[in-house]
Design a protein around this ligand. Structure first.
Ligand SMILES: NC(=O)c1ccc[n+]([C@@H]2O[C@H](COP(=O)([O-])OP(=O)(O)OC[C@H]3O[C@@H](n4cnc5c(N)ncnc54)[C@H](OP(=O)(O)O)[C@@H]3O)[C@@H](O)[C@H]2O)c1
Length: 336
């Protein structure tokens, strides 16, 4: 007699409790901020899936964790821009019925592709600042052109990983029932990408594209636009999946490759961004401070009537607020 096959059954809405996921899926999990988040989640006994392109980085992270925390992390080794590779890697993970994922899409790129070019362009300004103690308008204009060219050269790459691949993985998780009303999507936006996202929602900008309303400096153009795009897309994804959406906004984060690059050029950023006599103050939390805030504020689910929230993290040490922090001062648009 042929064995009877039971019909495929997916969890119903009532079976999946709000905010009750059992797995944390952290892309960019070996990165500056990602690895700190993985460390904290593993310490809490969470099962953590760590996205990276290289197994070596995963093994190094795993070895740096104390036992038994290290036994709770597993790798998801794939270039997220490779759709077939992502499918194969998901299959290998073998996540299935009854499992619910919190999605931390921290993988991001763009800057890394042209780190030396960005460094050189900032270096030129630094030399001028040292020599003349101020930045001349013509030099600033030339720099703006330099940064624009570099930013445009890395734009496609930035969009593929920061926006398209990030959303595509989220959709796959949703299609497999793993991203559901028990899930949280926890996104880490930058100050500039968040202001760009808000600018797009301004009535004057209705119908415009993100690159037409971008409000940040030229050196950050590719990243700012694609990160804003991701934030918008992920919010829609969360709504579709019934998941909660945490839009965490942070300033420059130290102990990350980009944060540490920016930190070297703070005097130039200050000088180029000076508005009147106002002093440009750049809050610089570290990756571990931001990770601690993220893990803390996302531990408790949102209120019953809330589906998404924006939280500003680390603008004052250790602080997370829903209100725009008093020291959130942006460089004047397009100054660099
Ligand atoms: N750093 C800041 O100042 C700052 C400020 C605000 C927001 N953020 C956001 O915070 C998040 C983390 O930033 P971070 O500076 O900590 O990151 P990071 O150290 O630069 O690490 C980036 C991670 O992204 C992964 N990645 C890049 N391209 C990938 C691809 N094609 N496929 C798979 N993985 C890929 C890398 O994985 P591998 O292990 O394969 O290299 C790496 O682990 C990002 O979303 C960033 O935009 C950063």
């Amino acid at each position: 007699m042929a064995a009877e096959l039971s019909p495929l059954r997916l969890p119903t809405i009532n079976e999946t409790e709000r905010g009750k996921s059992n797995i944390a899926f952290v892309t960019g999990g070996t990165g500056g901020t990602g690895s700190e988040i993985v460390r904290l989640l593993a310490k809490e006994g969470r099962r953590v899936i760590v996205g990276t392109r290289t197994d070596k980085k995963f093994q190094e992270l795993k070895e740096s964790l104390p036992h038994p925390d290290s036994s709770l992390i597993e790798s998801f080794v794939v270039d997220l821009t490779d759709a077939e590779g992502v499918d194969a890697a998901l299959e290998e993970l073998d996540l299935g019925f009854g499992e619910t994922v919190d999605y931390y899409p921290l993988a991001a790129g763009g800057f890394d592709a042209a780190m030396w070019d960005f460094g050189r362009a900032f270096g030129k300004l630094t030399l001028q600042l040292k020599k003349n103690r101020k930045l001349e308008a013509d030099q600033l204009q030339r720099s703006r052109d330099d940064f624009k060219a570099i930013s445009e050269a890395v734009f496609d790459q930035a969009r593929r990983i920061n926006s398209e691949a990030t959303l595509a993985l989220g959709r796959r998780l949703m299609d497999q029932g793993l991203l559901n009303q028990g899930s949280k999507i926890i996104y880490l936006a930058s100050t500039v990408s968040e202001i760009t996202r808000i600018a797009l929602e301004h009535p004057d900008n209705a119908g415009k594209r993100l690159d037409e309303v971008y409000v940040g400096p030229e050196h950050y153009r590719a990243i700012g636009i694609t990160k804003a795009e991701a934030a918008i897309n992920l919010a829609y994804l969360a709504r579709g999946a019934g998941a909660m959406y945490y839009n965490i906004v942070a300033s420059v984060i130290l102990k990350t490759p980009i944060g540490d690059l920016m930190d070297r050029f703070v005097p130039v950023l200050e000088e180029a961004s000076r508005v009147g006599n106002e002093k440009f103050a750049l809050p610089t939390p570290t990756a571990s401070e931001i990770a601690e805030i993220i893990v803390r504020v996302t531990k408790t689910p949102l209120a019953e009537d809330e589906r998404e929230v924006t939280i500003y993290a680390g603008y004052h040490p250790g602080e997370a607020t829903r209100e725009v922090p008093s020291n959130l001062i942006l460089p004047a648009p397009t100054t660099l």
